[in-house]
Ligand binder design. Structure first.
Ligand code: SF4
Length: 253
């Protein structure tokens, strides 16, 4: 029988081979919103800013809804018209519960994209860049930080086929879903960034980040915080089911 590590890796490799987006091969569940994310790297980056504190599908709808309300996603205007961005986000129904910080992050990201990347988000992850370099550049954006930067690198590689160097430095995001799965499966002993990262590296040293979406989907769909659905879980054969363990935090993505 395969071990829990082998089963998780097999799932991660499967998702990678499919070029999976996030949930059910979609980001948002909306073809229009997904098309915007897939065609505009700047909209995708704005989407990353939304991925915090609300369900993933709703977050990835954000750029499209924002464009509907503003009538544009022009970087210069996003940077220079912060009041309009705030009003568009806060208008009922609000696009995000971070009603004051998210508009600031969006205007700040637009400014940084213009000033440092010539208005072209793909320069952040230019082909041939090292994973760590891209992670650092992303994390430097207000409202991104390390967790979202790591998740973003995984999407860039898996979904968008961006060619980065240093796959051994790809990692799983220190996300509440990922953490819960690593703890309950016994793959990690402690709920710390180091412990989770070391466990992922042990399982697949070539590209530990391959496990990111697999663990996140299992955490979201079956390894639920209060009522884990072990019998229908992808890992049901091998998992020791340490279901009394959880991960603290509200980091939904
Ligand atoms: S749902 Fe159950 S079987 Fe699946 S990872 Fe969680 S504890 Fe393990």
């Amino acid at each position: 029988m395969p071990s829990v590590a082998e089963e998780l890796l097999a799932y991660g490799l499967e998702l990678e081979a499919e070029g999976a987006a996030q949930v059910g091969d979609s980001f948002s569940g909306s073809p229009d919103a997904d098309a915007l994310l897939e065609s505009s790297p700047e909209a995708f980056l704005i989407g990353v800013l939304f991925t915090q504190g609300i369900p993933a599908e709703r977050a990835w709808m954000g750029p499209w809804l924002l464009r509907e309300r503003l009538g544009h996603l022009d970087l210069r205007r996003l940077a220079e018209e912060p009041d309009a961005v705030r009003e568009a986000l806060q208008r009922p129904p609000m696009l995000h519960r971070f009603k004051n910080t998210l508009p600031r992050w969006i205007s700040s990201a637009a400014r940084r994209l213009l000033d440092e990347y010539g208005g072209d988000a793909t320069r952040i992850w230019a082909s041939g860049s090292h994973v760590l370099e891209v992670t650092e550049r992303l994390a430097a954006f207000d409202g991104v930080g390390r967790k979202k930067a790591v998740m973003t690198v995984e999407i860039l590689v898996r979904r968008f086929g961006v060619r980065l160097e240093g796959w051994e430095c790809r990692q799983v995001a220190y996300d509440v879903q990922v953490r819960r799965v690593f703890l309950r499966t016994g793959l990690a002993d402690r709920d710390t960034p180091d412990s989770i990262a070391r466990a992922a590296s042990r399982i697949y040293p070539d590209a530990p980040g391959t496990l990111d979406l697999a663990a996140w989907l299992i955490g979201r769909e079956t390894c639920r915080p209060n009522v884990p659905l072990c019998d229908v879980c992808r890992l049901h054969r091998s998992c020791p089911r340490r279901t009394w363990l959880g991960a603290r935090g509200v980091g939904v993505r």
